[in-house]
Design a protein around this ligand. Structure first.
Ligand code: HEM
Length: 147
């Protein structure tokens, strides 16, 4: 039993390393895009790979977290708050990846051309959502440590 629990903690922390680490890298790249717009062309080439690592991390943490609960980890207020925040990540992530980023890519001007108002609006939304998602990941991590 002890060995399984340790394995679950390992999987949870592996998920954390992948999820939190990759979402931090993704946000730093996006901030770089906002100080140097040409970087957007590079960002859009690597963002899907980074997103895959974030999703893999969150899946590992969610599955190992559910296993903790199946093994009898007590439901307490802090855990419930944490699960609500994890639920928000599960909603926000697909919105960013499947709605906002495809729009950003579609509205991206040809290199050297001026930005359309629509592009300016979507990249501000994109930045705001990415900052929110990354802060949520850090908040969940802090709550996880306090459990
Ligand atoms: C973004 C998602 C998540 C993050 C960042 C996260 C983060 C963490 C962290 C940092 C810990 C502390 C690990 C330690 O003390 O060694 C932890 C523990 C825990 N997490 Fe998560 N977690 C996430 C998702 C979940 C989910 C979805 C569940 C439940 C379905 C869950 C249930 C737990 C439980 C029960 C513990 C306590 C394990 C123990 O100390 O014995 N977590 N989490």
């Amino acid at each position: 039993m002890f060995a399984i629990y340790n394995l679950l903690i390992f999987i949870h922390l592996l998920g954390l390393a992948l999820g939190l680490g990759s979402s931090t890298v993704k946000l730093l790249l996006i901030l770089r895009c906002h100080s140097n717009y040409d970087f957007f062309y590079i960002y859009l080439k690597v963002s899907k790979l980074i997103t895959k690592l974030i999703v893999m991390g969150i899946i590992l943490m969610t599955l190992s977290g559910i296993a903790f609960l199946i093994m009898g980890y007590p439901f307490k207020m802090l855990l419930i708050v944490k699960l609500i925040l994890v639920g928000m990540i599960w909603v926000l992530g697909p919105i960013i990846d499947n709605v906002v980023e495809p729009k950003l890519e579609k509205l991206m001007p040809v290199q050297g051309q001026a930005f359309s108002p629509a592009f300016s609006k979507i990249h501000k939304q994109h930045l705001a959502l990415e900052i929110t998602a990354t802060l949520l990941m850090y908040l969940i991590t802090i709550i996880g440590v306090l459990l």
